[in-house]
Ligand binder design. Structure first.
Ligand SMILES: *Cc1c(COP(=O)(O)O)cnc(C)c1O
Length: 403
């Protein structure tokens, strides 16, 4: 299926490269192939463009250009931040994070816990997906090396109070990292006014291509590089730079800054129309996540009694691209760890669909989804075994649920 005839509502998975981003980056694939570390002006010119890109990104985040490290992706930024905090403070052996993080943080923490002997606190969330600040406060000890808490949840869009958490972390002398991959470009961020020490972002989630990301590291923060080698990125991340990707990320940051205020209202209005129409038209449906403390582009809706995967297949046949919250990995029927942490009932958690919009989403896209989804749900429900009163294999009382 080509981009022309897909209704793309999976922007939290990845985004279209913006046309202005593509045109900015193309010359760096062809004529402008110099290495920014070279002594000659052919390479040096590329270095100058890279500095501009760094400044554009710093402009979006409200930080200094010298506080930006370009990386290969959001995952690398997350891994670098957490490992740096641990390596820089070898005496501290405790990590605080949440149960609803992206695997880029969660799987790393589980690895550090199981294989490296770190103690990890996984904070829970309430039914709306919100953190309990008291639980967070109580979890901190003199042994805590880092708090790593995402800014916006990729599945539900729920926002955590990162500014407040960062202030708390600073007052307790604990480093604070935030995975802001879903937040950057979607909510205003001004690192100049925050106590956040490190922040991760990823190009392909904000209309730059895949393969480039960045990590903000506050000036003077003790830092240990993850990749060791050459002197690139002020000695903080070795390896010849992804010049094309970096130029693209700079252009995407500039565009995000320009679009952010309008997107906040336009995309939110489209999202609300889609969400309200579906919740009204489909009985036994519910919103997952807090109604307002949420990204403007994300709507996670559960349709009781059916499997998200079945909905996705029928949506796909109609040219609608969305995501399911119940990753049926390796044949298991585990609903998403995020929805489980929120205590979403199993009969709902399995039928969850994430619609994530972007500045390229149109009124016609929303109309098309609103017109087609209720019929899909009705069709699936007529064949759903759960609806017909058969044993519910997803009932937690009847089956053990792994962690
Ligand atoms: C996509 C995503 C990541 C991973 O970013 P990559 O660039 O794909 O490695 C990390 N955290 C969140 C919240 C994400 O949505």
């Amino acid at each position: 299926m080509s981009a022309q005839n897909v209704v793309y509502l999976d922007n939290n998975a990845t985004t279209r490269v913006a046309p202005e981003v593509l045109s900015a980056m193309l010359p760096f694939f062809s004529e402008r192939y110099g290495n920014p570390s070279s002594m000659h002006s052919f390479g040096g010119g590329v270095g100058r463009e890279m500095r501009e890109a760094r400044e554009s990104l710093a402009g979006l985040l409200g930080c200094g250009a010298d506080e930006i490290i370009f990386t290969s992706c959001g995952t690398e930024s997350d891994n670098t931040a957490i490992r740096s905090a641990l390596t820089a403070q070898p005496e501290k052996r405790h990590i605080v994070t949440t149960r609803v993080e992206h695997p880029a943080v969660l799987s790393l923490c589980k690895f550090l816990e199981r294989s490296q002997g770190y103690r990890v606190t996984y904070l829970g969330v309430d039914a709306q997906g919100r953190l309990d600040m008291q639980e967070l406060t109580d979890s901190l000890t003199d042994d805590t090396a880092i708090i790593s808490v995402m800014w916006a949840n990729n599945e539900t869009g729920v926002l955590f109070p990162v500014p407040e958490i960062a202030t708390l972390a600073k007052s307790r002398g604990v480093m604070m990292h935030t995975d802001a991959v879903q937040a950057v470009g979607k909510v205003p961020i001004n690192l100049g006014e925050l106590d956040v020490d490190m922040l991760s972002l990823s190009g392909h989630k904000l209309h730059a291509p895949k393969g480039v990301g960045a990590l903000f590291v506050r000036r003077k923060l003790p830092y240990r590089p993850y990749l060791i080698g050459g002197h690139q990125e002020h000695g903080k991340r070795a390896g010849t730079e992804n010049t094309t990707g970096i130029i693209a990320l700079g252009a995407a940051a500039k565009a995000a800054k320009a679009h952010l205020p309008a997107e906040n209202t336009v995309v939110r209005a489209l999202r609300d129309r889609l969400e309200n129409a579906l919740l009204a038209a489909v009985p036994d449906s519910r919103l997952n996540g807090h109604a307002t403390e949420r990204l403007p582009n994300t709507s996670n809706i559960s349709f009781k009694y059916i499997e998200g995967e079945a909905i996705l297949l029928l949506l796909d046949q109609l040219g609608i691209a969305a995501s399911s919250g119940s990753a049926c990995t390796s044949g298991s029927l585990e609903p998403s760890h995020v929805l489980r942490a929120m205590g979403v009932p199993f009969t709902f958690a399995h039928g969850s669909i994430r619609f994530s919009l972007s500045r390229y989403t149109t009124d016609a896209d929303v109309d098309y989804v609103v017109k087609n989804v209720p019929g899909i749900i009705e069709t699936l429900r007529t064949i759903s075994p759960y609806k017909q009163g058969l044993a519910d294999p997803l009932d937690p009382k009847k089956r053990e649920c792994g962690s």
